[in-house]
Design a protein around this ligand. Structure first.
Ligand code: ZN
Length: 157
């Protein structure tokens, strides 16, 4: 294992052991819940958005180390950012995870780079992006429930 991988492993472990911004935020203005049935991850993201800025983000839920670390890193990464920058960060992270050929902007992605090791494992990519899909849903619609997979008994309405 090279030193960069070692560092990334430590970042993930640190966020898993000491999740940042974990808990319920009654004063939240936006909220969504996400599920990744393939792994059993559940996450609720809550935000305080004012004047187009994400002032605070919290998460709670239960899931694997990758989904927990991803949610924890997310809540730090989006804090104080305008909504369009948050969406741009999600798109950059998703592209880095799913497109092997994409150049990775380490400066922009910051600690999110620690999660890029999962890109060789498509099942784990869903763990890493769950919190981001949930965040995106919270920003666009309130109180929605998102899933990384179509529900087996999805209603047509
Ligand atoms: Zn997972």
């Amino acid at each position: 294992m090279d030193s960069l991988q070692e560092l990334y492993r430590e970042v993930i472990l640190d966020h898993t052991k000491r999740p940042r911004n974990y808990g319920e935020m009654p004063e939240a203005t936006h909220e969504a819940e996400g599920h990744n049935p393939l792994c059993g991850d559940c996450v609720t993201i809550q935000l305080i958005v004012a004047n187009g800025i994400v002032e605070r983000a919290t998460f709670r839920g239960s899931g694997c180390a990758i989904s927990t670390a991803s949610a924890s890193i997310l809540t730090d990464a989006v804090r104080g950012k305008p909504i369009d920058q948050v969406e741009a960060l999600f798109q950059a992270f998703r592209k880095a995870l799913t497109d092997d050929a994409a150049a990775v902007d380490h400066e922009n992605l910051g600690e999110l780079c620690a999660l890029l090791g999962v890109r060789e494992f498509p099942m784990r990519v869903k763990c890493a992006t769950l919190a981001w899909h949930t965040l995106s849903a919270a920003l666009t619609e309130q109180g929605v429930v998102v899933a990384t997979e179509e529900a087996p008994h999805a209603k047509s309405d």
